[in-house]
Design a protein around this ligand. Sequence first.
Ligand code: 5AD
Ligand code: SF4
Length: 453
Amino acid sequence: MAKTYHIITFGCQMNERDSETLAGMLEADGFVKTEKKEKADVVILNTCSVRENADKKFFGVLGQLKHPKEDDPTKTVCVCGCMMQQQHVIDTLKQKYPWVDLVFGTHNISDFPKLLHGVRETNSKVVEVWEDGRAIAEGLPAAREFPFKAFVNIMYGCNNFCTYCIVPYTRGRERSRRPEDILAEVKQLAASGCKEITLLGQNVNSYGKVKHGEGSYCYLEEPEGQQVDFAKLLRMVDEVEGIERIRFMTSHPKDLSDDLIEAFRDCKHLCHAFHLPVQSGSDAILKKMNRHYDRERYFERVEKLREACPDIALSTDIIVGFPGETEEDFMQTMDLVRRVRYDSAFTFLYSVRRGTPAAGMEEQVPEAVKHERFNRLVELVHEIQEEKAVEYQDKVLPVLIEGFSKTDKTMLTGRTESGKTVDLPGSADLIGQIVPVRITKAQTFSCYGEVAE
Ligand code: 5AD
Ligand code: SF4
């Protein structure tokens, strides 16, 4: 009987994409996916360390694997991802979680099959984590979760060192893939029927700006006329036959160029949706966060985006309770949210990350104050979302049908270009298609609709 695997992914789209590579490698090796982690021959926990909650969830799930591993010592428990790039996590694993067999990091995913074979053949334990990325590994297999939409990495790592953020330490220095490799992947996806792609990077706006390591792409080294920055890359991807929707994330406001804004005017397949994390509305806090823009610059970018693309849906990330945040600073964030009127916003309580500059800052905000501000912010975000939802009522919009609704298995679910979820009656043959849908009931977080004739 075929050996089985189960992967649990924590955190962001980067991790989801990495898990697809791990799954692809396992399937190339003859493993088949199982839905039960307790039963799988190989279990992988792909971790996230962006906030403390993610750490806690990981240790909780890892605890649940203790007995299954004791019951079946031939089972292999693997842990990887961002948390493994931190020595204190490795130390904790060694001391308290002896049922872990294989530990690897974000930079040596391409070695996973070799490491796994070593562990399973010799019944040994292996910890192999590299400090930083080496040459970008191209051509790795991927077992994609959906046939009709896909994530495509365009770059890895981050050089920004926002003072709260652990990512530059866990994902290493910024490196960009070559445009021809990205295009080859997109074309291959299109040929296999994929309709929507999301270009991924920690800071896509700085695509190709820096050279780091063998094989990484830097447009400054290319002859004039052949330089591919992010806006140019979007234009190239826009030309790929068969790709009907292009999304990307994440953008840093400091690098949001006029060229990129222009691309929204010209690219036919670029979704009118933009995720532009602001983090805070206070200039003093933005400075302490090392974000390199102020609120005025942010407003100016938003205005320009809306001029170029009036129906653009804007979303953002906001951190509440960064060290030193006063009530006045927080009111500036509230004011910014009122002015921008986001279509959606991901709100986070500031979480101390060991080794980042903000962790050592004095004036940490008391938990109760953080929570109280957080609740006010969420309320405001929802109020605006509720008001904006009205605009969807009775409209006919193209919706990419993604599958059956999780809450009501008799209904299909899909997304508008702006990213809004729409549930509608219909049959399975619509899954993977973009269909015109009339919105019959617009709600704050999702809509109901029906296929328009
Ligand atoms: N605490 C809270 N939120 C954080 N983020 C990143 N680091 C932290 C932290 N230490 C948030 C930012 C980022 C999003 C992915 O996670 O808002 O944009
Ligand atoms: Fe973290 Fe800032 Fe880099 Fe985003 S840009 S990954 S928030 S350091």
